[in-house]
Design a protein around this ligand. Structure first.
Ligand code: BGC
Length: 765
């Protein structure tokens, strides 16, 4: 069918075509009777299927089919494991085939600008490189099963407050480097079948009617081949949206926008050829799905096991101090352990809103410990899992249980209402009842571990009092199994943080401007998001980006670069040997950071440009290998406009976290790209001397013509130190002078300067 799509569209009436560009109902595209065009179904996404057979909504209110809730993105991204995430995608693709779902609405890849964003649990990271890699692996996995994905929410949907109307005000460089780069990599590496535009405005214009986003960047620059759909009810003006590049409106508009589009085409406001193109794009994917149905089984138990495996690889061991001669974790299976906190019994494993899954089963830590034959477990509820209500007797019982045991494990975190799609948090504290309980238990039991169930960072006022913290995030329906497996040492933890944990909310770089006044959200921190800010400012954090502990230890040796100097069109291979120096097998996530040492202002201290997760037996050494290219060094230069590598030195570091740099080496980069440079009366001498095109002429016609007094080195042997310093100061001031008044301090007449400007521009243009 695919090859006839153009012809098929030509045979459709204008009404049929406009109807095709809107949804039939909450989840379906439209069929066209008599034409062979079928309707196909979409489903949320991203970490499981939310197929709603009957009453539909986009808030996760009504019942969906029993499905498997995989770890949410905040958790699975911490695995830093491309092949594991591909396996997750493949499983989701199989489920879609089994349930006749053509497009899974995910992955969600918005940058975690603030820990307050209510939807951070669904998002991946504060780092766009990590986002792009993980998103591409997920998409390639799903789409290998002939099912589409919808990369969302494009773009800059970084808060829930007024998400449908707020304007994210972002400068071009920040937009490209931070907020678009993850989308860009995912599009280029995996060609998602569809992309979902966001609700918000970007610099004043709704994302749904933004030609720069939907056409110029997405299609013309990145080469996107699929179709663009709207987020649910994100269309503001249907005609403007189609013209900008929005192909499909979802879900439906009771015919209102279909009519508006029909009239806009009929009256010539929207050229019919654009409508035809939108139909072709939609139908290409509809038929790609319909023509490639595969017999697949939705094996819920098998996928539950995969959910457990993903969570085991994703959980992050944040703290594990030595107590009584050895690290607290792993716990001994024959010890007396008090499990405390309602999440031991009813874990919080997913977030609220459109991604809410109806899980076919949930494994709690209590059940999992029992199933694993760990018999010395006692349980005290300690606090309620769904509110912030402290019950004195519950706290007392928990303290007593902790006292009577060899160790206490507190299953804590955030209740559902604390974080969800639809609203942001107003603080990053855990419920007081939990903080009080943790402090009380730690008081009587030195061997206390806190196991966290949360979608986003929390403040930890009790951190110094507990020797162990295990971050499970919102770990999916098998979270209990995964927690027990790590706590008792059947799994060696290997996840690392995909985001920084600030000491307090006020430390976050977006704090002064988040979430804005309801009309605009000013992204004034620019590219300094997450660790890019904390590392630059040397701000103390609770746990840095990329941090995660293991029950074994790794050393990094022998860092090698394939070259010591490259051009910006060449690739650089970086290798490092990593050895497991401990007694048990483990996995290490080796991170590669690039630091600009060229003197360019406004660049972060270091940026993640590579990672590899390697599996090592005790005593084993393996080589991690990375390939860097132009984008690993470049920043977005608005003057070009485009990606630009400043010539000079760059430091390449391999690291265990953004604050645990193990080895570094330098490479010198050269470029043939010359930045635009227009010389005028306000151009300074320094700028002329800095540019290779104007340097010689400036030297000859300005510097060499300076009178003795103006020359930096012109002191006579008899000149005093003070005289020399004064001359040097004058010289530096002179160098910062614009051409417009140097006739005042040099023998060069004004008319000469004007002529010189012409000569300079002859060289730069
Ligand atoms: C969400 C999307 C979701 C859609 C359909 C919207 O409110 O922003 O992420 O896919 O609803 O449920």
């Amino acid at each position: 069918m695919a090859q006839n799509i153009k012809k098929l569209v030509q045979q459709l009436s204008l009404e049929e075509k406009t109807r095709l560009c809107g949804g039939e109902d909450w989840w379906h595209t439209r069929a066209v009777e008599g034409s062979g065009i079928p309707a196909v179904m979409f489903s949320d996404g991203p970490h499981g299927l939310r197929k709603q057979p009957q009453h539909s909504d986009h808030l996760g209110i009504n019942e969906s089919i029993k499905a498997v809730c995989f770890p949410t993105a905040c958790a699975f991204t911490s695995s830093f494991d491309r092949s594991l995430i591909r396996a997750l995608g493949e499983a989701l693709g199989e489920e879609c085939q089994a349930e006749d779902i053509a497009v899974l609405l995910g992955p969600a890849v918005n940058i975690k600008r603030s820990p307050l964003c209510g939807r951070n649990f669904e998002y991946m990271s504060e780092d766009p490189y990590l986002v792009g890699e993980i998103a591409a692996a997920y998409i390639n996995g799903v789409q290998s099963k002939h099912v589409g994905t919808s990369l969302k929410h494009y773009a800059a949907n970084n808060q829930e407050f007024r998400r449908t109307t707020v304007s994210a005000e972002i400068d071009e460089r920040t937009l490209r480097e931070i907020y678009l780069a993850g989308f860009e990599a995912a599009v280029k590496k995996s060609q998602p079948w569809t992309l979902m535009c966001s609700y918000n405005r970007l610099n004043g214009l709704h994302a749904s009617e933004n030609p720069k986003l939907l056409t110029e960047i997405l299609r013309n620059e990145w080469g996107f081949e699929g179709f663009v759909m709207s987020d649910w009810f994100a269309v503001n003006n249907r005609a403007a949206a189609l013209k900008a590049g929005l192909d499909l409106e979802m879900p439906y508009s009771l015919g209102h926008n279909d009519r508006a589009l029909f009239e806009a085409v009929q009256s010539g406001v929207v050229p019919e050829v654009l409508l035809n193109i939108a139909c072709e794009r939609i139908l290409t994917k509809v038929f790609e799905y319909a023509d490639n149905r595969i017999k697949a089984e939705f094996d819920r138990d098998k996928h539950h096991a995969l959910a457990a495996q993903i969570e085991k690889e994703s959980a992050v061991l944040l703290k594990n101090e030595v107590v009584g001669g050895g690290p607290l974790l792993p716990l001994k299976k024959d010890a007396k352990i008090a499990f405390i906190g309602e999440y031991a019994e009813n874990p919080r494993f997913q977030g609220g809103g459109s991604s809410h899954i109806n899980p076919h089963k949930v494994s709690s830590a209590l059940e999992a410990a029992k199933a694993a034959g760990i018999s010395g477990i006692s349980y005290a509820k300690g606090f309620p899992g769904d509110s912030d209500t402290a019950v004195e007797e519950d706290i007392a019982a928990a303290v007593a249980a902790a006292k009577a045991a060899d160790a206490a494990v507190i299953f804590a975190g955030l209740p559902d209402v604390f974080e969800s799609e639809g609203y942001d948090r107003s603080h990053i504290r855990m419920p007081d009842c939990q903080n009080v309980l943790i402090a009380a238990v730690a008081e009587v039991q030195p061997n206390t571990v806190v196991v966290l169930h949360n979608g986003s960072p929390v403040e930890m006022p009790w951190l110094d009092k507990v020797p162990g913290v295990l971050e499970m995030y919102l770990g999916g329906q098998a979270v209990g199994e995964a927690a027990v497996s790590i706590l008792f040492g059947d799994t060696n933890p290997s996840g690392k943080l995909a985001e920084s944990f600030p000491v307090s909310l006020e430390d976050n770089p977006s704090h002064l401007n988040f979430p804005g006044d309801g009309t605009t959200a000013l992204y004034r921190e620019g590219v300094f998001v997450g660790y890019r800010y904390y590392d630059y400012k040397k701000t103390k954090v609770l746990f840095p980006f990329g941090h995660g502990l293991s029950y074994t230890a790794f050393t990094y040796t022998n860092l090698r670069l394939s070259k010591t100097s490259i051009t910006d069109t060449e690739r650089l291979t970086v290798t490092v040997d990593v050895t497991n120096t401990g007694k048990i097998a483990g996995k290490e996530i080796v991170q590669l950071y690039v630091a600009d040492k060229t003197g360019t202002t406004g660049r972060p201290i270091r940026e993640l440009k590579g990672f590899e997760k390697i599996d090592l037996a005790p005593g084993e050494t393996k080589t991690a290998s990375f390939t860097l290219d132009k984008r690993s060094f470049a920043y977005y230069h608005t003057g070009l406009p485009g990606w630009y590598c400043a010539p000079g030195d760059y430091e390449i570091s391999v690291a265990a976290s953004s604050r645990d740099i193990r080895l570094s080496a330098r490479v010198t980069l050269s470029t043939g790209v010359l930045l635009p440079f227009h010389v005028d009366l306000n151009t300074t001498i320094t700028a002329l001397l800095a540019d290779p095109r104007t340097r010689d002429l400036a030297q000859k016609e300005i510097i060499e013509k300076l009178g003795g007094n103006a020359k930096e080195e012109s002191g006579t042997p008899a000149a005093s130190r003070e005289e020399i310093e004064t001359r040097q100061r004058h010289f530096r001031e002179f160098m910062e002078s614009p051409l417009r008044y140097i006739y005042m301090c040099t023998p060069i007449p004004y008319e000469e300067i004007v002529k010189l400007i012409g000569r300079f521009n002859g060289l730069t243009n």
